[in-house]
Write a protein that binds this ligand. Structure first.
Ligand SMILES: *Cc1c(COP(=O)(O)O)cnc(C)c1O
Length: 434
């Protein structure tokens, strides 16, 4: 056994050697050291602000929908571990990947038919883009290689995804002039329930029509834009995109990496609009937050187009493609979700968030409070003071990770009413003090 390290030693080594998301090196603010997690609680290695346990308000970035250390998911992982944790996917296949792919085809909208199992959300977006570009090449239209999206989006941190993230607000401004130049529409007008704005719909149609010759695909996050600003829009715009893409011969990609598996109240956000994209990306909650795995689904038409090319294969194949351990847990997680009245749980959380976050609207410095499904957002009229907001939440016994002007929560679906009330109190406290 290696020598145990004290919390102090671990944090020192962390600061010296370990990058964190969007972090400086060496780190400037000490992260909290988590020792274990169970249900909706993160257990800290040493108390912070008098708390040795925090209720998780983040589902580890949309992923841990069933909470931590779940007996059903643990069993799926243990069972698969005893058979094999990984084998290569070139020339070999296995039950976990086959079963998962079939399951995904069954639960996603028709006619999505084929599944590429990638290692992370960003990679699944790379694969989606590659599918679309290759499709048009195969059909003898190699000029169709640009993407169109709306502002305010987030699609991941690798190269193609970065090129369709919000070009102004995000961290990717830095790369202007280096990334492929894509086409941006204005951000969709806010409000899930707002009637679609006809002038905006016309802008979408006009841009798609004008650039059709060079457009491979339109890519958007349906209904909820996540890390780009936590905003909600009318599902009506998805129908506008579908119609305009069909009219002008452009493929449509929905990035459901954040919205998939019930978070917005519909199993997939596309369901709010009754629209099926040509390509769909899934990730985050796919394995219930246990392991890294993502999937890119496409229609038979897309796959068929690719297979008619000079290179009749999809030229992508990561080392850990179809990882059996992740696939087995993903199937168990989907089973677990569908075996319960998840829609009722998401509704219950939505109601709890609406009630619990309403008081935040009264605070000076709060611009808007909005809730959709199991997502609650308090937008400030200023950049949040991360340290103060985090401290305020921890003092309430809750883990939150605000960014920009946003304090938000997307709790695990198993969060009980008392813990939910505590999360809401923490968001309000963070909004007051951040
Ligand atoms: C998180 C996210 C991604 C990137 O997924 P990673 O697994 O972090 O690479 C892409 N698109 C959306 C909508 C996301 O929320």
């Amino acid at each position: 056994m290696p020598e145990p390290l004290s919390p102090g030693e671990l944090l020192d080594l962390d600061r010296q050697h370990v990058w964190h998301p969007y972090g400086p090196m060496p780190g400037r603010t000490a992260p909290l050291l988590v020792e274990s997690a169970s249900g909706v609680r993160l257990r800290l290695a040493e108390p912070v602000e008098g708390r040795d346990e925090l209720v998780d308000g983040m589902s580890s970035w949309w992923s841990a929908v069933h909470g931590y250390n779940h007996p059903v998911l643990n069993e799926a992982a243990h069972g698969q571990l005893e058979r094999m944790s990984h084998v290569m996917f070139g020339g070999l296949t296995h039950e976990p990947a086959v079963r998962l792919a079939k399951r995904l085809v069954d639960i996603t909208p028709e006619p999505l038919e084929h599944v590429f199992l990638a290692d992370s959300g960003s990679v699944s977006v790379e694969v989606a883009v590659k599918m679309c570009l290759q499709y048009w090449r195969s059909l003898g239209k190699p000029r169709k290689q640009r993407l169109l999206t709306w502002r305010g989006g987030y699609h991941g941190d690798t190269w193609q995804p970065m090129s369709v993230c919000d070009p102004d607000g995000g961290m990717h401004e830095l790369w202007q002039g280096v990334l492929p130049r894509q086409i941006f529409a204005d951000a969709p007008p806010a409000g899930f329930d707002a009637a679609p704005d006809e002038a905006y719909a016309a802008q979408l149609r006009e841009l798609i029509g004008r650039h059709a010759e060079e457009l491979a695909a339109v890519i958007v996050e349906p209904v909820v834009q996540g890390a780009g600003g936590m905003s909600f829009h009318s599902p009506g715009y998805l129908r506008v995109l579908r119609e305009a893409c069909d009219a002008h011969g452009v493929l449509l990609i929905f990035d459901e990496i954040a919205t998939g598996f019930g978070r917005t109240g519909s199993l997939f956000a596309a369901g709010h609009a009754g629209v099926t994209p040509d390509v769909m990306c899934l990730g985050k909650a796919l394995t219930g937050g246990y392991l890294t795995l993502a999937a890119t689904l496409c229609t038979a038409d897309v796959a068929d187009g690719i297979s008619r090319g000079a290179l009749p294969v999809l030229a992508h194949g990561p080392t850990f493609m179809g990882n059996p351990l992740a696939a087995a847990v993903a199937e168990a997680s989907i089973e677990l979700l569908l075996s319960q009245d998840w829609a009722q749980e998401v509704k219950r959380i939505e109601t709890g968030l609406r009630e619990g976050l309403a008081p935040a609207a009264e605070h000076a410095g709060v611009r808007e409070v909005r809730v959709l499904g199991a997502i609650g957002v308090v937008q400030l009229d200023h950049e949040v003071d991360m340290a103060a907001a985090t401290r305020a939440a921890v003092r309430e016994g809750v883990w939150l990770r605000p960014f920009r002007d946003l304090i938000y929560t997307m709790p695990p679906y198993i969060t009980g009413d008392d813990d939910l009330a505590r999360i809401c109190a923490a968001v309000c406290a963070a909004a007051r003090e951040g």
